[in-house]
Design a protein around this ligand. Structure first.
Ligand code: GLY
Length: 351
């Protein structure tokens, strides 16, 4: 029989264990884990770079940031960094966050203008402040204090795309007053949404440590100051070093109201595989999606959200809500310990 006294002793023992979790010293090669990385479809170069660095002994966080820097610097990817599509005023505003599994620290910046590598600034927020998130003018001043140089992030190509949108402007994010009877049906978002492209990258390094990064120019032609899920810890990315890591691309608003990435990690903690965990959050988002303007006639979401996950055992997977948004077969990037390649991802709703 468990007496009150013995129960308290057991509870105390649990508390002591929880207070002193298993530690992996940052510079000690405890195990030779096979390196694994997952990313969005635009992450082939990023994953290749991250794995090369991990094989060279680097920590997963340093590796994934170096990986996504390639895409932030690329003028031809208009969803991230330099060349990213601007807000409705024609100004590029970037969001990014990083999370370091072994120390469970995070850093993020939002609505950062004129600095093409927001993921590097996010890492400095983590390492050189006692804060997690800096936004707008404060984030820019912090970046400049650390030696980042301001530059115009709008390329001719992204300016042309913005100009075409501005000339037609059939879709923006301003809504009329909410009508309870129609649940917002008076303002249908087009079923082919504006771009919410982004890059996420998670990796497991040789020490068995996990870290991740998400970086984006956010929703194209957004209302200035709009912040999506990417720089929000738990929404656009999350790591628990003892469980796994997850991140997302797609409609950030859906992840903000569902705390999606932390949920994917929690589903993995409950025993779901990375792919099952990603599908589970897609189902949760669809179940919570009540607004008529965000639903198709059959009730399915009229937007897409994609998830990428890996766990401590080195398993990985990805899933999205649908393959039905004229984007072609949904794909993601993964390195499985041998090769880096694009793979088809699971989805909740079939075309
Ligand atoms: N997922 C990127 C964004 O919504 O900003």
């Amino acid at each position: 029989m468990t007496t009150r006294r013995s129960f308290l002793k057991q509870a105390g023992a649990v508390a002591v264990t929880a207070a002193f979790p298993k530690q992996v010293l940052p510079n000690t090669l405890v195990t030779e884990t096979i390196p694994i990385a997952v990313s969005s479809a635009n992450g082939v170069a990023a994953v290749s770079k991250a794995i090369e660095m991990i094989r060279g002994g680097k920590d997963a966080l340093e590796a994934v940031i170096a990986g996504v820097n390639i895409v932030e610097d690329d003028p031809n990817d208009n969803s991230v960094g330099y060349g990213g599509l601007p807000n409705e005023d024609g100004v590029v505003e970037l969001d990014a966050a990083v999370m370091h599994g072994p120390t469970h620290r995070a850093g993020a910046v939002a609505s950062l203008r004129n600095i093409k590598n927001p993921s590097k600034v996010a890492r400095l927020v983590m390492e050189r402040t006692d804060h997690v998130l800096l936004v707008g003018e404060g984030a820019l001043r912090f970046a400049k204090a650390h030696g980042f140089k301001e530059e115009d992030l709008l390329t001719d190509s992204s300016r042309e795309i913005w100009l075409r949108w501005k000339e037609k402007r059939t879709d923006d994010d301003w809504l009329p007053e909410y009508d309870e009877k129609t649940r917002g049906i008076g303002r249908l978002i087009e079923s082919h949404p504006r771009q919410t492209g982004t890059i996420h990258c998670s990796a497991l390094d040789l020490r068995g440590n996990i870290s991740c990064v998400t970086t984006t120019s956010g929703l194209s032609f957004k209302i200035p100051g709009r912040v999506g899920d990417s720089p929000i810890i738990g929404a656009g990315l999350y790591v628990d070093n003892e469980v796994g890591s997850a991140g997302s691309t797609g409609r950030g608003e859906a992840n903000l109201v569902n705390c999606s990435s932390v949920m994917v990690v929690e589903f993995m903690r409950q025993g779901k595989s990375p792919e099952q965990a990603c599908l589970e959050i897609c189902k949760r988002i669809a179940d919570h999606n009540k607004m008529a303007r965000l639903r198709m006639d059959d009730g399915r979401p009229n937007f897409n959200v994609k998830f990428y996950a890996l766990n401590k055992k080195g398993e990985f997977g990805a899933a999205c809500i649908t393959n039905d948004l004229k984007e072609g077969e949904p794909m993601y990037t993964a390195h499985d310990g041998k090769t880096t390649k694009l793979r088809p991802m699971a989805y909740l709703y079939k075309k």
